[in-house]
Design a protein around this ligand. Structure first.
Ligand code: GLN
Length: 492
């Protein structure tokens, strides 16, 4: 079935003109009709618009007679159905960020990443469910309902990009875009069994990504293998004059540089990550993966990231502070929902009271508190200083290793409802992913095994140097050439 293919497989078949983009799109739509009632990865999708884009791709292919397409041709993404997290602007499509406060808001423009996908010939379709404003680790904080894990419908898919991970894992699309502020790509990718890539801060434009915590947010991908992640990053990366934090550094051709040769690479195993709270099966899977890398010729050394213990605390100060400022714009005047009153203060109060969910309110209150006079120095300023120390830990480690290996999450997917009443427990699900955002470096999660009973995916996290995506992709690709975890499908 075409919806089960990877990007490179479908691309090759499109270039050979064995199948059409319309057929591929249709098989995704049929899959959605069959399974999404149970999973609820999509908030909405516009089938007609998707098929019209597919037809345009088919016309281009017909004009070219199949030339200049395919994974090694000029347009590897042409005719590939890719779905989008509800936090990225797609022109003329709803943009809700999983929130009621953006009720009926239609995006007037395309995010830069969407523009780039369109230029590459991608079929950009669907709005994928997420925790409201990307705040959460389970996709239970969405105004549009919970998304379920395709491997076990009683469990969460991770978050905040739970819809993106579930849709890719369930073969409802070939790949998806998401955003990662503290783990929102890598954690759900791990829990659903796909490849999740969070590029280095500044590698991909954030223009058209609704801001949660601007100094941490980054757009990235969910794919079925590492090669697809490389193809997609090649299309997404690059400087954007509309995002002043995007770097003017040119992006390499990531897919062309996948050699699978990792002999002599040095991997660091942080001693702080393989302790307390780590599930025994997750630990065993990660250790087996480390052994595999050694067999493939990589050298593994123990390293230390001594400020790891402070990462979650620092994140929940910095991220909430930035969120409290970023979310001030949703006041009932300019966007979405308005609960009217003649008194403007009352209008703001009522609109925000009705429009935001509990977790978002908790973050805004926390963020306003840590920024308030009298507490700013004690919390925000101190957190910024510790953030610098955390970044320092990574930069120091990368003086002696090429990449860092850790579990992506401490446990496999937990049950729906299991942690929703305990914010602190929920926050701790991101313990291994958060430091990477604070440091501004890149990270990737690749499937590395399953728990036994029930059978749930386990993710291996690879962390890289700033702009070291190439190394991570090559490591993950080499791993995939020698394992079959990424090929397993959920029993839907
Ligand atoms: N789970 C983390 C949070 O709730 C990270 C979310 C994200 O990366 N967007 O903030």
């Amino acid at each position: 079935m075409l919806n089960q293919l990877t990007i490179s497989e479908l691309s090759a078949r499109l270039a050979r003109r064995e199948v059409s983009a319309r057929e591929a799109m249709q098989s995704c739509l049929e899959r959605i009709a069959r399974v999404d009632g149970k999973i609820h990865a999509f908030i909405s999708h516009d089938a007609e618009d998707a098929l019209a884009q597919a037809d345009a791709a088919d016309q281009w292919l017909a004009r070219q007679g199949g030339k200049n397409a395919g994974p090694d041709g000029g347009r590897p993404l042409l005719g590939i159905p890719i779905a989008i997290k509800d936090v990225l602007a797609v022109k003329n499509q709803p943009l809700n960020c999983g929130s009621k406060i953006l009720d009926h808001f239609i995006s007037p423009y395309d995010a830069t990443v969407v523009e780039k996908l369109r230029a590459a010939g991608v079929i950009v379709f669907g709005r994928l469910n997420m925790d409201e404003f990307a705040m959460g680790s389970s996709t239970e904080n969405s105004a549009f309902g919970v998304t379920h894990n395709p491997w076990d419908l009683a469990r969460i898919p991770g978050g905040s990009s739970g819809g993106s991970a579930a849709a890719v894992a369930a073969d409802e699309c070939l790949a998806a875009l998401g955003s990662d502020t503290g783990g929102s790509i890598r954690q759900p990718a791990a829990l659903c069994g796909c490849v999740g890539l969070k590029p280095t801060y500044g590698r991909v434009s954030r223009y058209g990504l609704v801001a949660f915590a601007s100094s941490l947010d980054q757009v990235g991908s969910f794919t079925k293998d590492a090669r697809d992640a490389a193809i997609l990053l090649g299309a997404l990366a690059g400087h954007d004059p509309r995002d002043s934090t995007s770097v003017p550094q040119p992006a390499p051709d990531y897919a062309a540089r996948l050699t699978g040769e990792i002999k002599g690479l040095k991997l660091g195993l942080p001693r702080e990550y393989l302790v307390g709270g780590l599930d025994a099966e997750v630990k065993a899977a990660v250790e087996a993966a480390v052994k595999k890398f050694q067999e493939l010729g990589a050298e593994v050394v123990e390293i230390s990231l001594p400020h790891t213990d402070y990462a979650v605390a620092v994140y929940y100060i910095v991220a909430t502070a930035e969120a409290s400022a970023n979310l001030a714009r949703f006041d009932g005047i300019r966007y979405g929902l308005r609960v009217d009153s003649v008194d403007p203060t009352e209008l703001y109060r009522r609109t925000r009271g009705a429009g935001f969910g509990a977790e978002v309110k908790r973050r805004i209150i926390l963020g306003a508190y840590v920024l308030s006079s009298g507490y700013y120095d004690a919390y925000y300023l101190r957190a910024q200083k510790v953030r610098t120390l955390i970044r320092g830990d990574f930069l120091k480690a990368f003086e002696s290793v090429d990449a860092i290996v850790t579990p992506t999450t401490p446990t496999a997917a937990f049950k729906v409802g299991e942690k929703s009443d305990d914010p602190l427990q929920m926050y701790l699900s991101d313990i291994f992913t958060i430091s990477c955002n604070l440091a501004g470096t890149c990270g990737l999660s690749v499937p590395c095994g399953f728990t036994r009973n029930p059978k749930l995916p386990i993710g291996l996290q690879l962390l890289g140097r700033p702009f070291g995506e190439e190394t991570l992709l090559n490591l993950a690709w080499a791993f995939e050439q020698n394992t079959a975890w990424h090929r397993e499908k959920p029993p839907l």
